[in-house]
Design a protein around this ligand. Structure first.
Ligand code: NAD
Length: 369
């Protein structure tokens, strides 16, 4: 069997990349790179023979053909570009980039080098999402005309004072961190309509008061760093098909939502509500329809998957793409589409008006001209 030499950069969620590679015999993880002692623990747990503090030294290894990048958002593009320059395929954590401009540079570099650029949208492969997607694809819901997507936390700022709450470090707050996941899931469920216009508002009401840190998380709270990003975002999006999408993303709010995400879909023949509470590996999916004059509510029983299963599935697609030339899904362009949409949402909030959302295809064509 042909194998691919892998390097993993980042030892936080990098752990789920390692768990994912462990499930695919075509992956040979040669090295990990990261700045903390926990990287050595991870290497031991996953039988990885080499640990580097300097990822550039790792990239110089000829036995590595592909890398996973799971580092703070501000390092996605610089490390991605170094990896591409070293001739490595790249699997990037979400979000692709902090903004469209830097994301475009990365996508173009990978395409010019003929290297695979994949993006971790791991939640598409949840059993509940897959069941809902199948129902939509077989037409059970009819024409989809509206969706609600949300990810809300009562007190879930991932480290007040860490890179997450720094504008340059993260590019934004819960919208870019959590909103990107539910935007991706909702648009994928809706069969990728082009979002044309966005009207949005963002708030930073609790974070700047030092309220809403995620208790028990691994980041130490440093209150001397100002809170620079939003803690709540809301957006109303219109698509070229005439359908609409309502989005909410928060890290901190006074509500009953501890950590809850979901997508609700309205269609002409049926509807669906998928709600996931406190990172349950399988959420509650309800399908609504009307048959023989009767309202029907169906609640499918779905299998549990391990938390890192979504990473494993993207990793299988990444290896299929590297070894067999199968087009990567989701790829860098998908990541850039979400980034461009998030940029438009931030622009609308800043300018206090509805804005046009540029199409990624046209952005890449204009840039190439
Ligand atoms: N897909 C998901 O479900 C999911 C979940 C959590 C985080 N993420 C994403 O993963 C990324 C990392 O988040 P995290 O929570 O793991 O953050 P983290 O801060 O816990 O970990 C970041 C890691 O990057 C390493 N790192 C930083 N600078 C480096 C450098 N110059 N060279 C090598 N390693 C370096 C650090 O040593 C650390 O191990 C973020 O982009 C985040 O959005 C995705």
């Amino acid at each position: 069997m042909q194998t691919v030499g892998i390097g993993v950069i980042g030892c936080g969620i990098g752990k789920w990349h390692l768990e994912g590679y462990d499930t695919d015999p075509r992956a040979n993880v040669v090295a990990i790179s990261g700045l903390e002692d926990r990287c050595h623990d991870l290497a031991r747990e996953h039988d990885v023979p080499n640990v580097y503090t300097d990822y550039r030294e790792m990239l110089a290894r000829p036995d590595i053909q592909a890398v996973s990048i799971a580092v703070p958002n501000f390092l996605h593009v610089p490390i991605g570009l170094d990896a591409i320059a070293a001739g490595k395929h790249v699997l990037m954590e979400k979000p692709l980039a902090r903004n469209t401009e830097e994301g475009e540079v990365l996508v173009r570099a990978a395409e010019e080098a003929g290297l695979v650029l994949g993006i971790i949208f791991n939640r598409r492969s949840r059993a509940d999402m897959q069941a809902l997607k199948s129902a939509i694809d077989r037409g059970a819901l009819g024409e989809i005309y509206h969706a609600r997507a949300y990810w809300n936390r009562r007190a879930g700022i991932p480290g007040l004072g860490s890179w997450f709450t720094n504008k340059d470090g993260a590019g934004g707050g819960p919208l870019i961190d959590l909103g990107v996941h539910v935007l991706d899931m909702a648009l994928w469920l809706m069969d990728e309509p082009n979002v044309t216009r966005a009207s949005a508002a963002t708030y930073a009401k609790l974070g700047p008061q030092g309220i809403g840190n995620w208790s028990g998380n691994r980041f130490s709270v440093t209150t001397d760093m100002p809170y620079e990003v939003e803690d709540f975002a809301t957006a109303f999006l219109r698509t070229a098909r005439g359908s609409t999408l309502y989005l909410e993303a928060s890290w901190a709010e006074f509500s009953s939502r501890t950590d809850e995400f979901g997508v609700h879909i309205l269609g002409t023949k049926g509807g669906a509500e998928l709600d996931v509470k406190d990172y349950a590996t399988v959420g509650t999916l309800k399908l609504f329809s009307f048959e023989d004059g009767v309202q029907i509510d169906a609640v499918p029983r779905l299998p549990e998957k391990v938390a890192s299963a979504g990473h494993a599935e993207v990793i299988h697609a990444f290896l299929d793409s590297i070894l067999d030339g199968v087009p990567m899904v989701p790829d860098g362009r998908n990541g850039l589409e979400r980034t461009a949409l998030i940029d438009a949402i931030y622009r609308s909030a800043r300018e206090d008006r509805e804005v046009e959302v540029p199409s990624v295809m046209s952005l890449l064509e204009v840039g190439a001209a």
